[in-house]
Design a protein around this ligand. Structure first.
Ligand code: HEC
Length: 302
């Protein structure tokens, strides 16, 4: 335990270095290979994270004892932005906030591993690691320019470039395998099992009920889908395609459309026509089947 603590006291900024490079490569992987469109808050986090890769590399190379002072303002503000972003995704604390009303909604959850690991969560973790490592360096007055005898130390080219090269090599592998992925995935629309639907979904035609469903569907559509598919459902260039009066809606039953929306559509899906990704459930895993059926009814209405 002591040895690990000792090692960390001397080398915490190397951990920060790896965290920053992994975060940058990871975010580029999500946007450039997987095709996930960054929202406005994602861009702010990128603005704070990307410079840290070079800042920490150069500071370590030059053994600049002030390095933690340069890193902490970036990482702490980044921590604030990613925490805000994560809370926006997962809680109602900031419901009605004006953030991200244009372009991709900030609450689109492109990934949701284990039910809580989203992209802002990953950014939050990286900013937290970098902040903690910088504080450890600050306390231990690292990086030190001299050894115990007071002799100046050389630039640590090997560890700094070695770590950067390892991270780049790992991601280069991911980039290459991601872009050459020609695996054929069956088209979802025809092959998905019909999901079990609650009776309410089947009885939507009736009078007042159907008006309610329509209003509900419209509200949900505007909140969750309109950012990519347009306020009128006619699509937005480079974000999402036309839904209202589309062939897809004409050719598929409600259940089939529902199954497609639940699954989303990755880039390597043969049904993908736009070269853009549709996130599973439109990035809103909290919507129920009835919610999505209400959206479908709203979109089918003349
Ligand atoms: C982040 C952007 C984004 C959001 C949010 C989003 N979509 Fe999509 N959606 C897309 C893209 C891009 C495609 C086209 C994928 C392709 O090329 O096949 C798509 C395709 C679809 C399709 C298939 C259309 C067709 O012609 O193949 C349906 C249906 C659909 N979306 C419904 C929804 C609904 C309902 C919501 C809200 C719950 C939603 N989408 C939210 C981006 C989005």
């Amino acid at each position: 335990m002591d040895r690990i603590a000792n090692w960390l006291n001397r080398n915490s900024l190397y951990v920060a270095l790896v965290a920053a490079w992994v975060a940058m490569c990871g975010s580029l992987y999500f946007s450039e290979v997987r095709g996930y469109v960054p929202c406005v808050l994602c861009w702010y986090q990128r603005i704070l994270m990307y410079p840290l890769t070079l800042l920490i590399s150069i500071g370590l190379l030059r053994r600049d004892g002030n390095l933690p002072h340069y890193v902490l303002p970036f990482s702490l503000i980044g921590l604030g932005v990613s925490t805000y972003h994560y809370l926006l995704e997962k809680t109602d604390l900031f419901a009605g906030s004006a953030a991200c009303q244009q372009g991709v909604s900030c609450t689109t959850q492109w990934i949701n591993w284990f039910g809580f690991v989203t992209i802002p969560f990953l950014a939050l973790t990286a900013f937290l690691v970098i902040s903690i490592m910088s504080v450890i360096a600050l306390v231990n007055r690292e990086p030190a320019a001299q050894d115990e005898e007071g002799d100046p130390l050389r630039m640590p080219w090997l560890p700094v470039s070695g770590l950067v090269v390892i991270v780049l090599a790992v991601f280069a592998g991911l980039f290459v395998s991601g872009t050459q992925n020609t695996q054929v995935v069956p088209a979802p629309a025809n092959l998905f099992p019909i999901l079990s639907l609650t009776p309410a979904a089947g009885t939507m035609q009736a009078g007042a009920d159907s008006t309610n469903v329509m209003v509900h569907g419209e509200q949900l559509y505007l909140q969750s889908c309109a950012a990519c598919h347009g306020l009128d459902g006619l699509g937005v260039v480079n974000l999402g395609n036309q839904l209202r009066n589309s062939d897809f809606f004409a050719d598929n039953s409600d259940e089939q459309v529902l199954a497609m929306i639940r699954a989303g559509r990755e880039l390597n899906d043969p049904a993908n026509t736009s070269g853009l990704v549709m996130p599973p459930s439109g990035g809103r895993p909290d919507l129920s089947d009835d919610d999505i059926l209400a959206i479908i009814h709203y979109l089918r209405a003349p």
